[in-house]
Design a protein around this ligand. Structure first.
Ligand SMILES: [Zn+2]
Length: 86
């Protein structure tokens, strides 16, 4: 049985009840946890200005989570850049 976790991400439950998260495009396994699949995904960091001119002054960057095998995009999120106060 398969459940969609996102457009290109799915949870598979086999006959024994074992769960695994996988890429919906190529089937590459990303572990058993619906929460920790991000740790196995490939991460690509982009300047936040790529999100559009309104974001160009923001103190953050874009992080894209990709399939480590076929490169399908799973998720894009904004990460704040933390600066140390000295
Ligand atoms: Zn894939």
């Amino acid at each position: 049985m398969k459940y969609r976790l996102g457009e290109n991400l799915e949870m598979v439950i086999d006959e024994a009840g074992l769960r695994s998260v996988q890429c919906a495009q190529c089937g590459t396994g990303l572990g058993a946890s619906p929460m920790n699949w991000q740790e196995k995904a490939k991460t690509w960091t982009l300047p936040v200005a790529w999100a559009g001119p309104l974001m160009s002054g923001a103190d953050s960057h874009l992080e894209q989570l990709l399939c480590p095998s076929c490169g399908t995009l799973f998720e894009t999120r904004i990460k704040e850049v933390r600066t140390e106060d000295t």
